[in-house]
Design a protein around this ligand. Structure first.
Ligand code: C2E
Ligand code: MG
Ligand code: MG
Length: 573
């Protein structure tokens, strides 16, 4: 029920109003002067005020000004009741903040209509005000949620990358001198997801976060930077030695297994670190340096760490330039294949070729793969380029098969990134269908280290390739620490002895023994063995002595373009 306050020095006027509005279901209150009215506002809680203009002591205009100046009551509509409806008088009322006026003597119908419409407007106003309040609360709540999302990692509840950068920026510009960053990246975390599933992977991340938190000192920040990446922002580091000893402790912490969902998981991290020196321009640079150092640590192997060194800047720059160049090269079709003959050593006859990638750089002539494949591996560019090599090689094989060279085997190298690519099998099927080659004459070479990094995946893939009759060769064998357990389960056809063993083979030295062992292993597992990098006839003799069946190397031929292969090897005379 709406509450209406009537302020009038003459109680008779109130009686009139009371009579007129009596049937309308309002709650009416009366005040005989402005002072008591204002004092009792809290008691009456009016939804509308009818205010007489002419009153002794405080006039209606003054009362109106008072009420409109009170934040909690200023929204209550005030209808001025006046006997003197001159223009000047009304202008005064509105200037004081009044919402409407009504003339004496009062007309019943007019009063009812004015009161009703003013109350309706007031109600609508209140609804809007409540709605605004709710909206404001909602916005506040959402902002808080967003804040949490942006500044906190949902899985580990650690601060996020954004938080760390903010904090770093703050400290940096407040002139803090001895900051350090330690960037950590788990080694081969993908294998955990691959072998145990993502749920276990997530739990391991949480367990790692908890273990890392033990190395936090007051004022330091530990943030989760990405999937399996963390970063410490260390507040007070007085010397590189102090930083190194902290890193050392952190890495030591990973010597104990993690027990997650009843699995014992061994996990290591690589660390890259840097600390403030005055040459720093931007806080982001510091993060970039730690990241670069981490990348260098990765190159050295699991569980390594590296402090940032200034010359690494140049390396980053060169890498960026190379990345750019390679993107362009792919677009401009600057990659071509050379072919190196593979020979049956006993009969000195040709059995096939290995396709090897070359980059026809517009200014640098032919660039060998050693200079660009590592970069393509890190950027993932090897996936499209590798696919292009495979397509080109199969087209070439198809041409040679159509010319009647049905027995030649063509070997194509496959990178780790490629065999982790979900569309690989579909791509291969597509190429086989397009080129209509006999798949039994295609051999894919996967390096031993790539297989061991991802053994389960390699076994699955090898089975799929086998079912398509494609052959598989383990490349650079002897360098990747194969485990025999895996070798037994991996359906491969041949082993390629790494060039490093062949080039330094001498009777009865260590390499001779290694080559002998690999050849023996091949025989036991019923695999063909191919020796890479045969350069001298002496090496050839030793390999023959050891009963190595196949070989390739500069002694027979360097890798050469397809046209030269055709002129030198594919003539029928
Ligand atoms: P790889 O598969 O082990 O290839 C053998 C490498 O040894 C080739 O180097 C070849 O030119 C070289 N070689 C052969 N005989 C001799 C020799 O008698 N003496 C010496 N010093 N070297 C010899 P290349 O062509 O520079 O390729 C290097 C590596 O790049 C390859 O090693 C392979 O891992 C990778 N690669 C080449 N082409 C491709 C490709 O199309 N895709 C992928 N993913 N990797 C490729
Ligand atoms: Mg190879
Ligand atoms: Mg090799």
């Amino acid at each position: 029920m709406s509450s209406i306050l009537v302020i009038d020095d003459d109680p008779d006027n109130f009686d009139v109003i009371d009579t007129f509005l009596g049937q309308q279901g309002y709650h009416l209150h009366y005040a005989s002067n402005g002072r008591t009215a204002i004092d009792d506002l809290d008691k009456f809680k009016p939804d509308l005020i009818l205010l007489d203009v002419m009153m002794p002591e405080m006039t209606g205009i003054e009362v109106c000004q008072w009420i409109k100046a009170m934040p909690e009551w200023q929204a209550v509509p005030i209808i001025m009741v006046t006997a003197l409806a001159t223009k000047k008088n009304l202008a005064e009322c509105f200037a004081a903040g009044a919402d409407d006026f009504i003339c004496k003597p009062l007309d019943r119908l007019e009063l009812i209509a004015r009161v009703r419409s003013m109350l309706r407007i007031h109600r609508q106003y209140e609804q809007i005000a409540t709605f605004n309040l709710q909206l404001e609360a909602m916005v506040e709540q959402r902002t808080a949620q967003l804040h949490t999302m942006v500044f906190q990692d949902a899985l580990t509840n650690l601060p996020s990358r954004t938080f760390l950068l903010d904090k770093l920026t703050d400290l940096f510009y407040s002139g803090h001198q001895s900051l350090a960053l330690i960037y950590l990246d788990c080694d081969q975390f993908k294998m955990v997801n691959g072998s145990f599933g993502y749920a276990v992977g997530d739990q391991l991340i949480i367990a790692i976060a908890q273990r890392l938190e033990q190395y936090l000192s007051p004022g330091d920040v530990l943030a989760r930077m990405g999937e399996d990446e963390f970063c410490f922002l260390v507040n007070h580091i007085d010397s590189p030695t102090q930083l190194e000893s902290l890193i050392h402790n952190i890495l030591q912490g990973f010597q104990a297994n993690f027990t997650v969902a009843d699995c014992e998981i061994f996990m290591t991290v690589c660390a890259g670190a840097t600390y403030t020196r005055d040459r720093h321009q931007q806080p982001e640079e510091l993060l970039q340096e730690a990241d670069t150092a981490m990348y260098q640590a990765k190159l050295r192997g699991k569980g390594s760490y590296q402090l940032f060194q200034h010359q690494m800047h140049l390396e980053i720059l060169n890498r960026l330039i190379l990345e750019n160049d390679l993107q362009r090269a792919l677009k401009h079709e600057e990659f071509i294949l050379y072919y190196q003959p593979i020979i049956h050593l006993g009969t000195q006859t040709l059995v096939g070729f290995e396709a090897l990638l070359r980059w026809q750089h517009p200014e640098r002539n032919l660039v060998p793969p050693g200079e660009f494949i590592p970069c393509m591996e890190t950027t993932g560019l090897i996936v499209p380029v590798g696919l292009m090599s495979l397509t080109q090689a199969c087209q070439q094989l198809s041409t040679w098969q159509q010319q009647g060279w049905m027995d030649l085997t063509l070997s194509v190298n496959l990178s780790t990134r490629q065999f982790a690519c979900p569309s690989l099998l579909a791509d291969i099927d597509h190429i086989l269908a397009e080129t209509a080659i006999n798949p039994a004459q295609l051999k894919l070479e996967i390096t031993e280290s790539a297989i061991m990094d991802n053994a389960e995946m390699a076994i699955d893939l090898a089975k799929e390739l086998r079912s398509r009759q494609i052959q598989i060769s383990i490349d650079d064998f002897g360098t990747g620490y194969s485990s025999l357990a895996y070798l037994h389960r991996l359906p491969v056809d041949s082993l390629k002895i790494d060039r490093s063993f062949v080039s330094q083979i001498q009777t009865d030295n260590r390499n001779y023994q290694i080559v002998k062992t690999i050849i023996g292993l091949g025989r036991q597992l019923n695999l063909a063995v191919i020796a890479e990098g045969i350069e001298t006839s002496q090496q050839l003799e030793w390999l023959k002595e050891l009963d190595c069946e196949f070989g390739q190397g500069y002694l027979f031929s360097r890798p050469i373009p397809a046209t030269e292969i055709e002129q030198l090897y594919l003539t029928r005379s």
